[in-house]
Design a protein around this ligand. Structure first.
Ligand code: 0X9
Ligand code: ZN
Length: 423
């Protein structure tokens, strides 16, 4: 049983972010063509201190931006003079931050781990340790690497036979962008289900017997702590380089494959700052070194970087929309089966396709490295719930449905790989 050592009474107002977002709004801007998208992106980077880019959608041809209250009038005029239409999708960001977690949460001594609430970084690391001890027949924890601020980043290896060698492997990482809280929460939710179903569900039993699963719930440790303690909407890492005005690198622009090209910034104040060089972030350097070491003795088939929001399953390439990867057809099959399985539960629709086409071009992103650097044919960015009603501030009561439907997707991935191994 998962035991909480301390009785903790968490009142969200006392733990709440110091950075407030009163009357910050999220706008969905309609873009008729690429020129509109470019204009909006240029505006977003020009007014970096007043606009925070949240999401983009090629299907609905729209871009979601958070606008500071003191910029609302100016920005409305700017958009209008460019003939761009927009709708306000979130009226007051701070209100959503306040409503995201239950106001008062009581945790009794000895209570089981609660998979339906958001957890602090320490709670997640404690969970990794406790969960592996409680399921030591098929689960062991490992130290992936250490963060810039020296926090251990732990993960779980799950396997029907932990001592066997050379098995094909699946790798999942959550929380690379620290504000995307639904990612670690969903990863922990389905990980628990997967382990629970071992020995109960014959298909899951085979998946764990024939495949090694490496799962890291919260990769951006320092950023995640920062979102709990200071700024709920922090996205990047927390390292600051000499001579840079701003803190943090976008860890999802810091990978070494096609690092620093289109869709990455060299300005440290940007949300997509690529860092001073590839793998400058200890979280990215450490995790990729860990995986490459493992890959010497076992082939990685799947690499999933769990994000939010937009409900997308994005395949390579990230770095270009001018060409498709050699495995594009198989990657499409894998994504179709996964997203169909997710949709089968509650009808939640996921769009899939190459990330650079479905979303936007971004260089130095994880999935291109997962594909080329690690050699995982099925390498994706998954953007979890929702499509913008709450964005990054998804209420806790959606953790369970997100976990349940995503678990079906995860089983579809396992099924796909089992088929591939056995054919
Ligand atoms: O921009 C990102 O890093 C990801 N989106 S997020 O809103 N979670 O930040 C998407 C990266 C996916 N890769 C491509 N652009 N192809
Ligand atoms: Zn993200």
């Amino acid at each position: 049983m998962w035991k909480f050592v301390f009785l903790s009474l968490v009142v969200s107002t006392t733990l709440g972010s110091h950075q407030r977002y009163d009357n910050f709004q999220v706008w969905r801007i309609r873009c008729e063509d690429e020129t509109d998208v470019k204009w909006v992106n240029t505006a977003a980077s020009m007014y970096e201190d007043k606009i925070d880019s949240w999401a983009a959608n090629h299907q609905t041809n729209s871009v979601d931006l958070m606008v500071s209250p003191w910029f609302i009038d100016t920005f409305r005029n700017l958009l209008t003079s460019h003939g761009l239409q927009f709708t306000v999708i979130i009226e007051n960001v701070h209100e959503l931050i306040n409503n995201e977690r239950d106001t008062i949460r009581t945790r009794a001594v000895g209570a089981d781990f609660d998979y339906t609430v958001y957890h602090t970084y320490d709670e997640i690391q404690d969970w990794v340790k406790t969960f592996s001890k409680e399921n030591s027949n098929i689960v062991e924890s490992f130290l992936l690497t250490t963060s810039y601020e020296k926090r251990p980043i732990n993960g779980l290896k799950i396997s029907g036979d932990l001592s066997s060698t050379g098995k094909p492997a699946i790798y999942f990482q959550g929380g690379i962008h620290s504000r995307e809280w639904i990612s670690p929460a969903t990863v922990m939710y389905f990980t628990n289900k997967l382990v629970e179903d071992y020995g109960r569900d014959s298909e899951v039993t085979r998946m764990l017997d024939e495949i090694d699963w490496y799962i890291v719930p919260s990769l951006n440790a320092d950023g995640y702590v920062y979102t709990w303690e200071y700024d709920r909407l922090w996205r990047k890492t927390r390292q600051r380089f000499k001579g840079n005005p701003c803190v943090g690198t976008d860890p999802n622009r810091n990978y070494g494959y096609k690092w620093g090209g289109e869709g990455a910034s060299n300005n440290s104040c940007s949300l997509t700052y690529a860092g001073p060089h590839a793998f400058s972030e200890p979280e990215i350097k450490g995790s990729t070194d860990f995986l490459l070491e493992k890959a010497k003795t076992q082939p990685f088939k799947v690499f999933i970087d769990w994000h939010s929001y937009s409900q997308l399953m994005l395949a390579p390439w990230s770095w270009t929309d001018k060409e498709l990867p050699p495995d594009a057809a198989a990657q499409d099959d894998f994504a179709r089966e996964t997203t169909q399985a997710i949709e089968s539960v509650y009808g939640t629709k996921y769009v899939y396709g190459p990330g650079s086409k479905v979303l936007y071009v971004s260089s130095g992103a994880s999935k291109d490295w997962g594909y080329v650097g690690l050699g995982a044919t099925y390498s994706y960015t998954v953007e979890l719930r929702d499509t913008g009603t709450y964005g990054f501030l998804l209420p806790e009561h959606q953790i369970q449905p997100s976990g349940i439907e995503t678990y079906e997707g995860v089983k579809a991935m396992g099924r796909f790989i089992l088929n591939e191994i056995n054919n």
